[in-house]
Structure formats: structure tokens, C-alpha cells
Design a protein around this ligand. Structure first.
Ligand code: F6P
Length: 400
């Protein structure tokens, strides 16, 4: 397994409830639970199907811009700092800020760019309006074959976005019938990984190992072992979950995980407020609050067992001799773990073997499963986000 867990607390097991939830998940064939039936042959078929599409995109353009909101963009954005393809620039567009949009368009060579428009529902206002605005700009600039500059990933049902894609004559790839934030092991992530010359197969393998461990190792699984810590936090009314990493490349993972926790658990008066924190930056901005403020927080610290950054020069200052910045960050991380314990702040460490695609797959699958199980153990349906609909209706009312 590419991830390990440890915590600074002894916690009670709620083994029977855990097993009940495990059986409930195993027996559930509803579309929301599709994630739990993914297996090697599904991954194999999907990656084989995507391979030629990824190759063609890499041949055709210099920049790929991913457009979407929520899970549709936070999923692929997780890999923003994992691009191993020096010939392809990857950008993300998930804002309606007109000033940002205008400067963004100015710095992009549209003729050399493909837009990957992602939306499960095909009805998300921001995604549709960005797509239509982009099409208009291509038209204004007299660029030919606009359809070749757009690829859509959207659900099977008819939708506004699907109609736009059909009218344009662009390629449409299917979005699995699974909620956007939980679609990590589908083409919305596998295609971007391939574009980045990352090993999409290995990403799936990492996820599958965690999934199989959960489904078949019962109380001995990593998820089962980590669950008492989380249920303890809920029972003891710790309401703020700080997800922190000293690895810069994991910052976007933390943002994706924030949606997983917030939208899945924040229902019917229940919920944990997720926050992201980054070391060492937040040591110089938030640490005072963490250590000395109200005791309503618990920590998940994400780290790599090893950093693959060879040949960094060593530095010497203030009585420190012959240390690289890797030595310094490892010491900072260790000191942070120790000081949280000294202040009796509940903390768990999730250590990834390395920054490989396999470890990332393991980590994302781990986060999704543990959140789903935590929700179900507390009688919360982790799927859907019913309260968000009211806001969408309100915006339409204001615009019409
Ligand atoms: O993939 P879609 O349908 O565009 O949805 C985007 C996001 O909007 C939400 O539905 C919330 O409005 C999220 O759950 C989802 O990730």
C-alpha cells in the first residue's frame, strides 16, 4: 500500500457500525456507489480508450485549458504541479472574474490551444457561460475549425452543454454517472494525467489497492484503522478539520479534499468545516491560532516519506551546518507534529510513499472512501449537495 496512517490519539473502535456500513456499501448498486465497483478491467479499458485521444491532443496543441467548476475542475487541478510534459502547458479556468478572464485570454495563443470543458450535469452556469464566451472570442478572431479547439466531457443525459458541443461538432467524451467530486477514477482525471505524461494505469492501481483493502480486509483495512480517529473527532465536537501539507505539490489535492469533506458531510445540521493549510507558509500566519486559540480543531497532515529532489546544495547559517532545504523542511514537519502533540491537539499523519501517480491514486481513493464511510456511520447521505440548488435558482432568477 502506498500510504500509511498514524495518529497521536488512542481511539475507541465502532467496529460493528463500520462493518454494517461496509456491507451496506458492498450490497449497494445505486449509481452513486459505482466507485466501489471499479476494477482493473474497467481501468484497463478506459486508459486504452483514452490513450490515442491523449496522443492526438499532445500532437495538436501547446496549451490545454481545463474549464469547469467544483469537482469537475478540482479533480484534474489536483495534478497541476505534477505535469511531466515539458511540451504542454496546462491551465485551469474556474472563475467568472472578467478582469482575470481578459488577461488570461491575452496571454494564451488561442490557435495553439485546446479547451477541455468538463461538467457532469452540463447545466453549470459558470461552465456554460465560459464556454460560450470562448466560442465567441474564437469567432471574433476569425479562427477556423473552432470545433477542433474544444473537447467536452459531459454526462449521458441531454443538457445545455451537450447541445453546444453537438452544434459545434466537437468531440464529446462521456462523464461517468457518478458525482463530479467522486469522479477521480474516470476520464476527467485519467485524460489530464496522460496529457501530463503521468502513469494513469499506476494512478488507478494505487486507488484499486486501497479500494480492495477496504472491501476485503474488513476491520484490518487502512480505512477501518483510520475511522476511530474521525468518529472520535465527531463525538467530541471538534468542528474544524485542518488539512495541511508541507509538500507544495499537494496544495491542490487539499483543495479537492476540502470539497469532498464539505459537500459530502455538510448536511442536516451535521458537518465538519475543512480548512487547508500549507507549511511552512502558515507557520508564519496561522500557527499562533492553532496552538493557543480555541480547541475546536484537529489536523490531518499529508506528507511524502521521501522527497525526490537530488543534489540540492547544502547551506550553513546560525549554527546550522551542511543542511539542504529538504533537511530543513523535514525538521519543520517533525517539529510541527511534536508541537501539536505537546498542545494536545488531535493530529493524524497520512504519509505517502512518494509523489508518484500510484501514491496519488491511493491518497484520493482513501479520502473519498473515508468520507463516505464517516457520513454513512453518522446517518448522512454523502452523495448529492441539495442545499446548493437554492443558490443556483436564485442566480437564474436575478439574471432572467
Ligand atoms: O460537473 P457539474 O455538473 O458541472 O457540477 C460542478 C459542481 O457543481 C456542484 O454540483 C455544486 O454546485 C458540485 O457538486 C459539482 O462538483
Amino acid at each position: 500500500m502506498n500510504i500509511k496512517l498514524s495518529s497521536n490519539m488512542e481511539c475507541f473502535q465502532r467496529g460493528e457500525e463500520f462493518l454494517k456500513v461496509l456491507h451496506y456499501i458492498k450490497d449497494n448498486s445505486a449509481p452513486d456507489y459505482k466507485l466501489f465497483s471499479f476494477n482493473s478491467s474497467y481501468y484497463y479499458n478506459l486508459t486504452n480508450l483514452l490513450e490515442p485521444i491523449a496522443r492526438q491532443i499532445k500532437e495538436d496543441c501547446r496549451t490545454v485549458v481545463m474549464v469547469g467548476m467544483g469537482g469537475a475542475i478540482l479533480n484534474p487541478k489536483t495534478f497541476a504541479l505534477f505535469n511531466r510534459n515539458a511540451d504542454l502547458n496546462i491551465e485551469y479556468l474556474d472563475t467568472l472574474d472578467p478582469i482575470y478572464f481578459q488577461s488570461f485570454i491575452k496571454r494564451i495563443e488561442l490557435k495553439q490551444t485546446k479547451f477541455l470543458i468538463i461538467s457532469k450535469s452540463g447545466e453549470t452556469l459558470e461552465t456554460i457561460s465560459l464556454c460560450l464566451t470562448l466560442i465567441k472570442i474564437f469567432e471574433q478572431q476569425g479562427i477556423k475549425n473552432i470545433n477542433k479547439h474544444f473537447i467536452f466531457i459531459t454526462g449521458f443525459k441531454d443538457s445545455t452543454l451537450k447541445e453546444i458541443a453537438i452544434n459545434l461538432g466537437s468531440t464529446i467524451l462521456p462523464h461517468e454517472e457518478i458525482g463530479g467530486r467522486f469522479a477521480s477514477f474516470t476520464n476527467i482525471n485519467l485524460l489530464p494525467l496522460m496529457l501530463m505524461n503521468q502513469d494513469a494505469h499506476a494512478f488507478c492501481e494505487g486507488g484499486e489497492e486501497v479500494l480492495r483493502d477496504f472491501l476485503y480486509n474488513r476491520e484490518e483495512s487502512l480505512i477501518a484503522k483510520g475511522m476511530p480517529f474521525l468518529t472520535n473527532m465527531v463525538e467530541n465536537k471538534y468542528s474544524i478539520h485542518i488539512n495541511m501539507s508541507y509538500a507544495k505539490s499537494l496544495h491542490n489535492f487539499l483543495e479537492w479534499n476540502k470539497q469532498i469533506i464539505a459537500e459530502s458531510l455538510g448536511k442536516e445540521g451535521f458537518g465538519i468545516t475543512p480548512m487547508c493549510a500549507h507549511g511552512p507558509e502558515d507557520q508564519h500566519s496561522q500557527l499562533q491560532l492553532y496552538l493557543d486559540g480555541s480547541k475546536d480543531k484537529f489536523f490531518s497532515l499529508y506528507n511524502f516519506a521521501i522527497y525526490k529532489a537530488p543534489n540540492l546544495p547544502a547551506v550553513e547559517f546560525q549554527g546550522i551546518f551542511n543542511k539542504t532545504i529538504e533537511d530543513l523542511i523535514l525538521a519543520q514537519y517533525k517539529a510541527f507534529v511534536d508541537i501539536l502533540s505537546e498542545h494536545k491537539i488531535p493530529t493524524r499523519q497520512i504519509t505517502m510513499l512518494d509523489d508518484s501517480a500510484k501514491s496519488l491514486g491511493a491518497l484520493m481513493m482513501f479520502s473519498m472512501i473515508e468520507t463516505i464511510v464517516l457520513g454513512l456511520m453518522n446517518n448522512i447521505n454523502p452523495f448529492g449537495q441539495p442545499a446548493v440548488e437554492g443558490m443556483k435558482q436564485l442566480v437564474y432568477k436575478l439574471l432572467k
